[in-house]
Design a binder for this molecule. Sequence first.
Ligand SMILES: C[S@@+](CC[C@H](N)C(=O)[O-])C[C@H]1O[C@@H](n2cnc3c(N)ncnc32)[C@H](O)[C@@H]1O
Length: 309
Amino acid sequence: MTSVAPLALEEFRLIRELILKYCGVVLTDDQRGYVERRLRDRLAFLSLSDFRAYYRYLRFDPAGPQEIEDAAESITTHETYFFREEYQLRAFRDEVLGALYDARRGARRLALWSAGCSTGEEPYTLAMLLLEAGIPRGWDVRIFGSDLSRRVIAHARRGIYGPSSFRACPDRYRSQYFRPTSDGQHEVSREVRALCHFGQLNLVDAARVALIGKLDVIFCRNVLIYLEPTARRAVVDQFYRRLSPGGVLLLGHSESLLSMTTAFEPVVLSSDLVYRRSAQQVESLPALPESTVEAARASAEGDPARGGR
Ligand SMILES: C[S@@+](CC[C@H](N)C(=O)[O-])C[C@H]1O[C@@H](n2cnc3c(N)ncnc32)[C@H](O)[C@@H]1O
């Protein structure tokens, strides 16, 4: 096995620039040790003995773009579990969902997006809540789950989870919507699965995000905190464009749109705050140029908008 030289500050700064440009994730100087530990296996896998060679590989090797994806996947946090921040989910089910069904009764269609869904616990939780609340007969209800990492999306599609994913999941949901597997894990039921569609998507790739159809609800929880402010702002602008008038955006408990944008109206619920695209506004942000969207359309693959499961 190749032994790897420590990650020098200069090398760290070069690599973090590439990561920032690729996915908007910001790394601070004090995360150098963490990045070194996370990337060591990548260097060993590629038989590279130092990070300068790894940087050159990322920049100039034909396989560099794929490797940046793998590096970003190794560095980003994928922590998630069913019923995370349950108070917010309850507020969504009890105070938002009914009003949305009412507002969309003409189209009989509801589209939800879990942006940065990691291994899928969040979109499957939403599916359980929707099923529990009752989906009106004849409605087309869909949940898209997307993430930067192909590995976590593959896990989400598999739909099999170990005990740590259930740490906040009330038992009754596990018994009702999962089937135990022979190795002590649990597999999500067909009924829940049928509502969820997954795809790999980089949120800073505005042209690909623009291919997603109109949405009524966007959950983007515990993702924006990792992004650099400009990327964060651009992602939120895209969310605004993707939401239908009256649609809502829900962020994680430590995230807010404060001092980022005033395009959304904050809506105070009993135990949460959500952001709504006003039902009156038509479009307060300019659309992306059609040529950018066309280029993305040509290269799109496994897109949540295309319903890849
Ligand atoms: C901490 S997890 C959050 C999962 C889930 N939303 C939750 O709250 O439990 C953050 C996820 O965001 C994803 N992510 C980070 N930057 C991203 C980007 N630019 N585009 C898409 N996903 C991204 C990561 O891959 C990771 O799986």
